[in-house]
Write a new protein. Structure first.
Length: 116
């Protein structure tokens, strides 16, 4: 089992910045990929960024150049620096982790609201 806890959401004006953090606990040695997803009201959950233990980082086209995902395997944490925020970035952001056994785990989500 893997437990994920997000923090750092909040409200910001368009053009501003926020940083999200995700702390993992439990069977963390089995975690391979981690990522951030988001879900806006009435929309499906979508990938924001994904970072493997080793390998290439992937970003959604809508956030490239504005968001930066990071990961500290020693501290079992993952971050998402969000700059130049837009109103369309408003959503609940979820931390995701996938283990070597292909099991997926989600955090409880953190709200990000960007006002124009």
């Amino acid at each position: 089992q893997v437990r994920l806890v997000e923090s750092g959401g909040g409200s910001v004006q368009a053009g501003g910045s926020l940083r999200l953090s995700c702390a993992a606990s439990g069977s963390i040695s089995r975690i391979n990929d981690m990522g951030w997803y988001r879900q806006a009201p009435g929309m499906e959950r979508e990938l924001v960024a994904r970072i493997p233990r080793d390998g290439m980082i992937k970003y959604a086209d809508s956030v490239k150049g504005r968001f930066t995902i990071s990961r500290d395997n020693a501290k079992n944490t993952m971050g998402l620096q969000m700059n130049s925020l837009k109103s369309e970035d408003t959503a609940v952001y979820y931390c995701y982790a996938e283990t070597s056994a292909w099991a997926g785990y989600w955090g409880q989500g953190t709200q990000v609201t960007v006002s124009s």
